[in-house]
Design a protein. Structure first.
Length: 122
């Protein structure tokens, strides 16, 4: 699995899946990967690398997720900082995903439709 698309990931369509399902999965993966790259760059530019490291550990890394307390100890943060950083990063990530989708369509309504089609939300 691509490390940068774990958030919201699901099983990939079977090799014999319909071409539309394969395209939708590839498009969804591309949107998520772009959103992760933008979030990483945004936090790096703002010198908020700890926020991205929390998001990465809790939502992108493969394997078992650390507890907030364990992650706090690893990153020299408080557990409440980990919780706050995770919540802020998830909110920012969702906004970036919406922006990436919106940039690919003509209208705001099309963006809402595409978000609903890909992720089940508007």
């Amino acid at each position: 699995m691509n490390r940068s698309t774990r958030v919201g990931d699901g099983d990939a369509p079977a090799a014999d899946a319909e071409p539309d399902a394969l395209f939708d999965r590839a498009w969804k993966d591309a949107v998520l990967a772009e959103a992760v790259a933008r979030l990483r760059a945004e936090y790096a530019q703002e010198d908020r690398d700890a926020c991205f490291r929390v998001f990465d550990a809790l939502h992108l890394a493969t394997g078992e997720r650390p507890s907030h307390r364990d992650l706090a100890a690893q990153l020299s943060l408080s557990a409440s900082d980990v919780s706050n950083f995770a919540a802020r990063a998830r909110t920012r990530y969702r906004a970036i995903v919406r922006r990436v989708v919106r940039e690919s369509v003509s209208t705001e309504a099309d963006g809402r439709d595409e978000m609903r089609r890909l992720f089940g939300e508007a």
